[in-house]
Ligand binder design. Structure first.
Ligand SMILES: Cc1cc2nc3c(=O)[nH]c(=O)nc-3n(C[C@H](O)[C@H](O)[C@H](O)COP(=O)(O)OP(=O)(O)OC[C@H]3O[C@@H](n4cnc5c(N)ncnc54)[C@H](O)[C@@H]3O)c2cc1C
Length: 496
């Protein structure tokens, strides 16, 4: 029986697959062969596989610089780079507008510019008017564009077909998307960062089977943890008793697990995901932190269903819904990591999720600052542009400082992750980046609403959507209080 129902298929060429009526492949894919992306937007080179797109964001060196015999001395190269040739385009990175703080390397500028172009040319026009909901079809279409840029697989190593990018790359991309639409950015961030679980603890077969489908944009992921009757902050309880933790249960039955329970209405990408990573208790005689396991459940698996799309204060272009599990049967080989270790794994293997979200909210803060700057330049009172009144000018200056300090902290956290900094350092930096970025988004969006006067509180005008998006950031992926408590718990380790 299990052989007929069990999701055993692969999405790789020539591999066996099983089809479900109406939902395609049980791995969360349609089982078809992946084709290379038709066009790589970074270089416009036909036939270049999408998975290489992020790497190709790095500009190729001219031939004479690749030839070691014709290599210039390093100092001479540097001098040449410093020589101004007129216009922003030819200035060295540190002198470009907007680069003074972060001093991005040329390959990162290329990534940022490509993602910014995608956000401007494809994401912005696709957004529904008056803050309506993005359709699932429009979301898929945008995902195709993201695949051309190599975004879904940006953090997946090259050996698994991904871009082999860094957390700093992720932060740079997420800020650009967040500056245009935080709902889409947050959904993509989830698919980009949850694979950290598989990379950290997946078996070679799981990696081979699932990661390439994520890179190719065939598998949108959802991470189903929070439950309606359990406080999301429970996860941070340092000494949970046997009664605490999630209620969703996974019971071993031969070579399978049978999973039953419900996940809260905020599960990102629920309803459009191709695979759900569900957290469930595999024992109840131990604290939740020692008895929760993670399972890969392809959409369409019998017993898995989603509620209607939730309507939130902000991030309305995202997809959020309840997830119901009614005796869902999955093979034991679909458990990710050791039994009972999923919560520890979540905290150690997916810090990129918080960093990506943080960068998304830096984008929101930046967008609010930009709107406020444009509005106060265009609108006049007492015979001059609003921004020439000193009180307004000081507000604008404050917003710029807020955006840039938040970005610095996010980049510091991303860089610390890339450099595999001490865990006690990361335990402070990562939550600090997330809370600072959301604070910055709220502060800037509030100022933008205020500086827009009545327009600021008018639906569809811009600033009010940013403020609602910013506020939603406080409640997603752990609240501000819980992140600060996490920092407080980590502090003693810094004393040593
Ligand atoms: C846009 C969005 C997307 C989301 N996506 C997902 C997803 O993909 N998957 C998923 O599983 N979940 C998701 N969530 C759920 C989210 O992670 C939780 O809502 C969040 O962790 C907070 O949990 P809660 O709502 O249960 O708040 P609670 O834990 O009930 O907290 C309520 C309030 O009490 C405070 N509080 C609680 N305990 C303490 C304490 N010990 N000390 C001080 N203050 C405390 C909190 O800070 C908060 O202010 C999402 C939520 C949103 C809004």
């Amino acid at each position: 029986m299990r052989g007929a129902r069990g999701p055993r298929g692969r999405c790789r060429r020539g591999a066996p697959h099983l089809h479900l009526p109406g939902r395609g492949h049980r791995d969360g894919t349609d089982g078809r062969r992946r084709r290379p992306a038709r066009r790589n937007v970074l270089h416009g080179r036909p036939g270049l596989p999408a998975r290489h797109a992020a790497r190709r964001a790095v500009p190729r060196r001219p031939a004479e610089r690749r030839d070691p015999r014709r290599r210039q001395p390093v100092l001479e190269q540097r001098r040449e780079r410093r020589r101004p040739r007129g216009g922003d385009r030819h200035r060295p990175p540190a002198q470009r507008k907007g680069d003074a703080v972060t001093r991005l390397a040329p390959e990162r500028q290329a990534l940022r510019d490509a993602v910014a172009a995608f956000a401007r040319d494809r994401l912005a026009p696709a957004l529904p008017p008056d803050d309506g909901e993005l359709s699932a079809e429009a979301n898929r279409d945008l995902l195709k564009g993201a695949v051309e840029l190599g975004l879904p697989g940006l953090l997946i190593p090259e050996e698994h077909g991904g871009g082999g990018g860094t957390q700093l790359d992720n932060a740079i991309a997420a800020e650009e998307l967040g500056a245009v639409d935080a709902g889409f950015a947050a959904g993509l961030n989830l698919t980009m960062t949850v694979p950290g679980l598989i990379l950290a603890a997946g078996t070679p077969e799981q990696k081979e089977r699932w990661l390439p489908c994520i890179v190719a944009g065939e598998t949108v992921l959802a991470g189903a943890m929070n439950e309606p009757s359990v406080a999301g902050s429970e996860l941070f309880d340092p000494r949970p008793g046997p009664e605490s933790g999630y209620r969703t249960r996974a019971v071993r039955d031969g070579d399978d697990y049978v999973i039953s329970g419900a996940k809260a209405q905020w599960v990102t990408n629920a309803g459009i995901a191709d695979a759900y990573i569900v957290f469930a208790r595999t024992a109840t005689d131990r604290p939740g932190v020692e008895s929760t396991s993670a399972f890969w459940i392809p959409a369409g698996t019998a017993g898995l269903s989603c509620g209607p799309r939730s309507r939130l204060l902000g991030l309305r272009t995202g997809f959020h819904a309840e997830v119901f599990l009614d005796e869902v049967r999955v093979p034991a080989s679909f458990r990710i990591g050791p039994e009972g270790e999923a919560l520890r794994l979540l905290m150690s293997a997916t810090p990129g999720m918080a960093v990506g979200l943080a960068a998304t909210f830096v984008g929101v803060a930046r967008a609010a600052e930009k709107l406020a700057r444009a509005h106060t330049a265009a609108r006049h009172s007492w015979g001059r542009p609003l921004r020439e009144h000193q009180a307004v000018a000081l507000d604008l200056a404050e917003m710029v400082v807020t955006v840039r300090t938040a970005r610095l902290l996010v980049h510091e956290a991303a860089t610390a992750l890339d450099q595999k900094a001490d865990p006690s350092e990361l335990a402070v930096l990562v939550p600090a980046a997330k809370t600072r970025a959301v604070d910055a988004a709220i502060q800037c969006a509030q100022a933008a609403v205020r500086l827009h006067g009545a327009t600021g509180v008018t639906t569809g005008a811009g600033p009010e959507r940013l403020l609602r998006d910013a506020w939603t950031g406080y409640s997603c992926d752990f609240t501000r209080e819980m992140l600060h408590l996490g920092i407080a718990v980590a502090l003693p380790a810094l004393d040593r």
